[in-house]
Design a protein around this ligand. Structure first.
Ligand SMILES: C[S@@+](CC[C@H](N)C(=O)[O-])C[C@H]1O[C@@H](n2cnc3c(N)ncnc32)[C@H](O)[C@@H]1O
Length: 205
């Protein structure tokens, strides 16, 4: 079931996403310039939010159904090239000023390797921008996340893992995390697995 269900579900989810997520998407891309790699672009929800100073966006999206929607979303913006490779397959022609993770690190099969690869893809003073949901530390939510990851959650949501330490993975790969903002999607008393979000930046320097 997994991926075929997810590719039908995801476009509906992003069409109806909470205003907080839309706001964080916009802020994740604010101030970017030059050449940008977006990993796992989904339906291209971020595309209209790229600032004018961004000259090129290479958007990787391996899922064919989502990629077709991303190609449509990129229509009319010559800066955006949608490509079918997974991150681990992608061989760039030149390095990037920034790499964008947007609700994607949770789904990558080798997250440690992915962040190491991102570091290699960036120019020396390049930046990783990330908007991710993250592992809760303690409380009921941590247990709910672990139970979700061990059962249905990755199968239903395209290999998404709720209890993944995005910030630890990024700093563990040698990127210097410069800003992190913690937000909650659901009220604190609702143990929704992907409620804790981080918006952050990390430098390759
Ligand atoms: C939860 S969706 C997020 C989509 C988009 N970034 C957004 O913010 O709406 C995760 C995306 O990552 C893609 N993905 C999964 N594994 C990938 C990989 N190894 N390389 C690149 N993209 C991948 C999936 O196909 C999916 O579109």
């Amino acid at each position: 079931m997994g991926d075929s269900f997810f590719v039908k579900l995801w476009p509906r989810l992003v069409r109806n996403e909470p205003p907080l997520v839309s706001e964080l998407r916009r802020r994740n891309l604010a101030g970017l310039s030059g050449r940008v790699l977006e990993v796992g672009a989904g339906t291209g929800t971020n595309f209209p939010l790229y600032p004018a100073d961004v000259t090129d966006v290479v958007a990787l999206e391996p899922a064919a159904e989502l990629r077709a929607l991303a190609v449509r979303a990129a229509d009319g913006d010559p800066r955006i090239e949608v490509r079918p490779e997974r991150l681990d397959e992608y061989v760039p022609t030149s390095p990037f000023d920034a790499v964008v993770f947007s609700l994607v690190l949770c789904s990558l099969p080798d997250p440690e390797g992915a962040v190491r690869q991102v570091r290699e893809l960036l120019v020396p003073d390049g930046e990783l921008r990330f908007l991710e949901h993250v592992a809760a530390r303690g409380g009921i939510l941590e247990g709910v996340q672990k139970a979700a990851d061990a059962t249905v959650w990755p199968r239903v949501f395209g290999n998404c893992h709720a209890h993944r330490d995005a910030v630890g993975l990024i700093s563990g790969a040698g990127l210097a995390v410069t800003t992190v903002e913690d937000r909650m999607l659901a009220p604190a008393w609702v143990p929704f697995p992907t409620s804790p979000l981080v918006l952050g930046r990390a430098s390759a320097r």
